[in-house]
Design a binder for this molecule. Structure first.
Ligand SMILES: Nc1ncnc2c1ncn2[C@@H]1O[C@H](COP(=O)(O)OP(=O)(O)OP(=O)(O)O)[C@@H](O)[C@H]1O
Ligand SMILES: [Mg+2]
Length: 236
């Protein structure tokens, strides 16, 4: 599904990814852990092709297509999707405008069912994307949009950050649904959502590159108990 070979990326003249390789086979979900500022979000931005993230070296292959130089919209057409860590406010574009791209009629196609499931009232449909949304509402609105987009490969950048304990179940179930039978990459610091995701592998990104890949539960337990210090020790 996704193959990254020896990737080096710069943004604003800062090297944020260096010599990183990663393989996510079809129908697999992988987790990505790493300390703040290690390059996790930068990796997702490079995979989706955000213009300011410049690939200096290496290749990104998605579904056997070299997408390294493809614009974001072409990557999305091929089947990529993202739930951003900090989704932008988009004035003048209502939530229903985005949902209409994916569904013929807002009164049909279970739109309200999905909205209810995500704990968002019908009023959100007429609001500009993320404008004045609370942190938790932004996260749930991102997932709602992905429910209609149904990407084959979805990257979730801290979908659980800022989400209260009751909504964690809503978010966890949505992730489980979005990843069922598909592929994905999930960044999390908290681990609450892990029980909803069937992850096959976890990676630890430290200082711009993946330094360790192993069983998700084993890696998560180790990080919870010893922090990333133990990972760094193990590598040195
Ligand atoms: N446009 C930019 N200009 C300069 N530095 C940047 C830019 N974008 C990101 N960086 C830097 O690159 C580093 C990696 O950032 P990134 O957002 O990928 O970290 P992260 O692993 O996602 O961290 P977090 O867990 O805090 O979300 C950080 O030090 C960040 O300040
Ligand atoms: Mg980040």
């Amino acid at each position: 599904m996704l193959l990254i070979e020896d990737l080096t990326v710069e943004v604003g003249n800062k090297r944020v990814i260096e010599g990183l390789s990663l393989h996510i086979p079809e129908k697999e979900t992988h987790l990505l852990f790493g300390p703040n500022g290690s390059g996790k979000t930068s990796l997702i931005m490079a995979i989706i092709g955000a213009p300011s993230y410049k690939v200096i070296k290496g290749r990104i292959i998605f579904k056997d297509v070299d997408v390294t130089d493809l614009p974001t919209n072409e990557r999305v057409k091929l089947g990529m999707g993202v739930a951003f860590q900090m989704p932008p406010v988009i004035r003048g574009v209502r939530l229903k405008d985005v949902l209409r791209i994916h569904t013929e009629s807002l009164s049909k196609g279970g739109v309200m069912d999905q909205m209810n499931k995500m704990g968002l009232s019908a009023q959100f449909l007429d609001r500009d994307i993320n404008y004045g949304f609370s942190g938790g509402e932004i996260k749930r609105s991102e997932l709602l949009q992905l429910m209609f987009q149904k990407p084959e490969f979805t990257m979730f950048d801290e979908p659980d950050s800022g989400v209260d304990i009751e909504n964690m179940e809503v978010v966890g179930k949505a992730l489980g649904e979005l990843l069922e039978g598909r592929s994905g990459l999930v960044i999390t610091h908290m681990g609450y959502i892990l029980k909803y995701i069937k992850a096959t592998k976890a990676h630890v990104l430290i200082d711009r590159s993946i330094r360790c890949s192993s069983d998700p539960q084993a890696i998560f337990k180790q990080i919870m108990e010893c922090g990333y210090g133990r990972c760094v020790e193990c590598l040195s």
